[in-house]
Design a protein around this ligand. Structure first.
Ligand SMILES: C[S@@+](CC[C@H](N)C(=O)[O-])C[C@H]1O[C@@H](n2cnc3c(N)ncnc32)[C@H](O)[C@@H]1O
Length: 233
């Protein structure tokens, strides 16, 4: 995950202070620990049974072990039945079209996610983008805002820039009342990341530079430096 993407999670979770958050796809727990700093309660769903042990020291994190295609709809039905709403959800599990589509469709069909800020990781990947588009088109909860490039992805292979992309965060805000979207200043297609950085990171220049270093492959950076040196002579 790029530093700038961690920054977005900091900014959103910090601004929202969610009572209840869900993470789909947890692995070593890096983003879970980040979200759990701000959330009262975080429920993580991961197919890997080792995740529970890795996060055993976090009092406000519960881990559900299993396939999110089954566990997420089950959890959402349970929450909706209890009249609970999810304030924040981070989707970072199965990145295939089918996986992202299933996770988003479950969220966008549930009354428990009717007023929720959803971040989708690796939204630059072709399958994720299609899944996002299709799930939003068929959403049963109102969509206040959707931005597939809330934080843009990166090209991971400079030899074929258009083919290989990774990273990126998509943002979906659900809710009939657009006040939440306005609060986050999210309009479809709007570039909001600099504002978020402005709000939370006095050292954003440093963070963004680190993000750039990580985002741009070394070979390309070297080429650019060589080109600049050559241009100055
Ligand atoms: C990219 S990692 C998550 C990284 C984590 N969010 C972070 O940035 O710190 C993806 C995780 O999703 C889990 N996963 C993959 N397919 C899944 C599925 N169908 N249901 C639940 N978890 C799944 C994997 O076991 C893995 O731990």
């Amino acid at each position: 995950m790029l530093p700038v993407e961690r920054l977005v999670i900091h900014a959103l979770a910090g601004a929202l202070r969610p009572r209840l958050a869900i993470e789909v796809g947890t692995e070593r727990g890096d983003t879970a620990r980040l979200i759990a700093r701000y959330a009262q309660r975080l429920i993580c769903i991961d197919i890997d049974p080792a995740v529970r042990r890795r996060l055993a020291d976090c009092a406000n994190i519960e881990v559900v072990t299993g396939d999110s295609a089954r566990e997420l709809p089950r959890l959402l039905a349970e929450l909706a039945g209890a009249g609970r709403g999810v304030d924040f959800c981070f989707v970072d599990g199965d990145h295939s079209y089918e996986g992202v589509r299933a996770d988003l469709s479950a969220l966008l069909a549930s009354p428990a996610a009717a007023r929720t800020v959803i971040l989708v990781h690796d939204s630059a990947m072709a399958g994720s983008r299609r899944a996002l588009r299709d799930a939003v088109a068929e959403a049963r909860v109102p969509i206040a805002a959707c931005d597939a490039d809330f934080s843009q992805g990166v090209a991971t292979d400079i030899e074929c820039l258009s083919a290989t992309r990774a990273g990126g965060l998509a943002l979906i805000v659900t809710g009939a009342d657009p006040a939440l979207a306005r609060l986050l200043r999210v309009e479809p297609g709007a570039v909001t990341l600099p504002e978020l950085c402005e709000r939370i990171a006095p050292t954003r220049a440093g963070l963004l530079l680190r993000g750039w270093r990580q985002a741009v492959p070394k070979r390309l950076r070297d080429r650019l430096y060589r080109w600049r040196r050559g241009a100055r002579r």
